[in-house]
Design a protein around this ligand. Structure first.
Ligand code: PMV
Length: 351
């Protein structure tokens, strides 16, 4: 027996960030978050195959092979756990091969775990014919990596904090589809393709444990979520931009306030912050907003009419090695082809 499925999902960029958890094992956040799912130019494709000829599960990410035993980081461990959980829902016993490929460097603050986690749950759902709802898939993806629960939806998504201890009310939903404000663009400036030194899992818990400043963040971020939704609804870029920049700065302030401090931004990041403020001052209103995840790469959110100016500024910044633009994407997409070659299958079946 063989069951297979392939999906493509994209990362999302949080406009109001998720940072700090009330439950580390369940990835339950201290505050709600809002994000824009990117288009398929930046994406993860994931194929899953369940076969009776496989004794155990194996996962390939960008050509690197992992087994349950060699999965050293928390997120890889969560992937194996998710495969087991979803297999149980279908009462299937076969082992699985997962092959996942990113169109961008993983682990460099471009949310490969968000697109990867979403693509995995969609591909497993399709392979096993589970037919789970987007809400159910979002709940499962959240267990792999919190931010993954938002990549199940195109356009703008809201991940509600929820209040239940078992996390059953902490999942994402779509607020606006990708056409609602189609002028929105995320211009991403990569200055480093290296993996981050402090994983986001460690970062979440260290900040909650050690930052006094962090105590103020959940209420602040929760209030900003409502304001961001209003600014998007009114297509008020000037207001949206300030909320985005303030939230990124607030999150990075709590990271710096942790002990030992966590510093994801670089000199290139801070140079971009200054340039964005200078551009906004020149225009007499906010035409661009920077935001940084757990890495130095800048996401500069702007409108199509200002994209060329933003790109020129980023390309002229010393240390920027690549600039990529993305509009809001449509969300998960089922693909016909499989990334699992006959050669991989033969190799794994023989193990
Ligand atoms: O999903 P995680 O555990 O990798 O956390 C990511 C958190 C940020 O990217 C920094 C913010 C966010 O909301 O995406």
């Amino acid at each position: 027996m063989q069951l297979a499925g392939t999906f493509r999902c994209s990362p999302n960029i949080a406009l109001i960030k998720y940072w700090g958890r009330r439950d580390d094992a369940l990835n339950l956040p201290n505050n709600s978050s809002v994000s824009m799912t990117l288009d398929s130019g930046l994406s993860t494709r994931t194929s899953v195959l369940f076969s009776d000829s496989l004794g155990s599960d194996v996962v390939y990410v960008d050509g690197n092979r992992y087994t349950q035993e060699s999965a050293q980081n928390e997120k890889l461990g969560n992937i194996f756990e998710t495969i087991r959980y979803m297999r149980g829902l279908a009462a299937v016993r076969s082992g699985a091969i997962v092959v996942s490929e990113n169109s961008f460097p993983s682990g460099a603050g471009l949310a490969s775990s968000a697109s990867g986690g979403a693509a995995l749950v969609c591909a497993v759902d399709a392979a096993l014919g589970l037919g789970l709802s987007k809400t159910e898939l979002s709940l499962i993806a959240r267990r792999i990596s919190g931010s993954a629960c938002r990549s199940l939806f195109g356009g703008i998504a809201l991940w509600k904090r929820g209040s239940k201890a078992d996390g059953s009310d902490s999942f994402a939903e779509q607020l606006f589809d990708e056409k609602y404000w189609s002028e929105l663009v995320d211009v991403i400036a990569m200055s480093s393709e290296a993996s981050k030194k402090v994983s986001s899992s460690e970062g979440h818990s260290r900040t909650v444990r050690t930052s006094g400043l962090y105590k103020l963040r959940p209420a602040l971020a929760e209030a900003s979520v409502g304001k961001v939704i209003g600014a998007i609804r009114n297509r008020d870029f000037n207001a949206l931009a300030e909320l985005i920049m303030r939230d990124s700065n607030n999150m990075h302030a709590t990271m710096l306030d942790s002990w030992p401090p966590i510093i994801y931004m670089s000199d290139v990041s801070t140079a971009i912050i200054s340039s964005v403020h200078a551009m906004n001052k020149d225009h007499g209103e906010n035409i661009a907003a920077y935001t940084f995840d757990a890495g130095p790469n800048a996401h500069v959110i702007t409108l199509s009419k200002h994209e060329a100016e933003v790109r020129d500024m980023l390309l002229g910044t010393k240390g920027v090695i690549r600039v990529v633009s993305s509009k809001a994407g449509t969300g998960p997409e089922r693909l016909g082809e499989s990334l699992i070659s006959e050669e991989i299958l033969r190799h794994e079946a023989g193990n």
